[in-house]
Design a protein around this ligand. Sequence first.
Ligand code: FAD
Ligand code: NAI
Length: 476
Amino acid sequence: MSTKQFDVVVIGAGPGGYIAAIRAAQLGFSVACVDEWSNAKGGAAPGGTCTNVGCIPSKALLQSSEHFEHAGHSFAEHGIDVAGLQLNLGQMLKRKDNVVKQNNDGILYLFKKNKIAFFHGRASFAGAAGAGYDVSVAGAANETLNAKHVIIATGSNARELPGAPFDEKLILSNTGALAIDAVPAKLGVIGAGVIGLEMGSVWRRLGSDVTILEGLPVLLGAVDEQIAKEAGKLFAKQGLKISLGCKIGTITPGADNVSVDYVDAKGVAVTAVFDKLIISIGRTPNTNGLAADKVGLQLDERGFIAVDGDCKTNLPNVWAVGDVVRGPMLAHKAEEEGVAVAERIAGQHGHTNFNTIPWVIYTSPEIAWVGKTEQTLKAEGIAYKAGSFPFLANGRARALGDTSGMVKFLADATTDEILGVHIVGPMASELISEAVVAMEFKASAEDIARICHAHPSLSEATKEAALAVDKRTLNF
Ligand code: FAD
Ligand code: NAI
């Protein structure tokens, strides 16, 4: 079998890998991308965790379940009576699978459009060869590829709790949590992080009694405290039962349920029995099968591929991006790094600004933020001014029937530069973009306060929060 020659080989076709491949191809390189993910029929399913069992299917189910909840609870207030409302979970899951497939197909189309050679199989380092590296592909495609540059974007896997391996029937990772085929009467979730809250919300809306057991004594410790507290109150009102400060003990799967022994925050030993248990306690980098040792690729003490600020590994011309390296495990962070690496390979100055990466939790209401939280500013001794505006006082939010939450601005006490923006409320995922742009351009709160925002729109709450920094809100 002859070796196929490329300028760049990308391992992994998640958001980090496929975007790096496209950018490298745009810059004139010959590019191969290898990914091992298969769909139910064994065909290639590029897009990684994000497309197959992450961002995309979770948002599809969040949307469907939100429609279901609105139809059951808030349509009547709008004067829309729905008689005989019923859940067709099979159709809901089918739609989610279709949305995933559209994304898989879209990436295959983009590979073709950009003349990227796609190989479906597992890639591993075979050794340094010629001016670069040999990469073996095993699976549907069996090839040896050679390239001067290799970009590793192999992503992450759900972390297991010791003694409770995922069986995806009773003990579920994100994969199983997105494919439960009958609404569990009692759903347990361990970990009140992003996945726990999003998946907990989906199944609660569809009728499950959801209990989330969190190890830390506070909810969403990385989120601005005021916003996290507000979100916690709203989740409790919706019926999500979140127990903080739990020490998880033995997890025992039975024939059709699973019991969890834990000690609660008051020190009381509890045994809870659930029909299904989702474990969402973070993710571990995926370097399985890469044969990193064959080329001496260095990992850090936590198993991530060790990289510098430019995503360079210890090996010349081997780069790594996305979940498999340090930093937030977010699709858009992976994409930014992928673009930056392709541009560096081309001799350009690709850059990822870690200070302006937005975070979004797609609960209802959504939580979104960029920059520093109030507690971080205090800890770092930075003098700041704060201003917030509640959606309750926003006309569009009232018309939507969703007035929960607020927008909060944090600005430098002396220069007024925006240091952080935190939102809990309707469409926070979209509203946060304005703050990201503003922070990239080092805008002040006054800059946003002086920009004309359409009326009536949720974005007026952003303007008003910026005005609030200077105690000049107009509508509150
Ligand atoms: P991945 O997407 O994991 O892709 C890695 C790819 O590499 C996979 O296809 C894998 O099969 C392949 N691979 C691995 N090893 C090999 C090998 N040796 N050979 C060939 N192929 C290999 N992030 C957001 O920003 N927004 C969200 O809304 C969001 N929602 C999420 C919801 C859930 C339930 C989960 C689990 C995650 C979510 N994330 C979200 C996180 C997001 O999915 C990841 O940050 C993102 O997928 C990371 O991209 P990546 O390219 O680094 O890796
Ligand atoms: P996470 O890091 O968001 O949350 C894990 C939670 O589990 C934390 O609150 C942690 O304190 C808790 N925990 C850890 N060990 C525990 C234990 N032994 N007992 C009880 N609680 C424990 O991780 P999660 O939810 O698994 O998601 C992984 C990552 O995927 C996220 O950090 C995020 O990067 C990404 N993601 C992003 C989404 C988005 O952008 N909307 C959606 C879903 C996932």
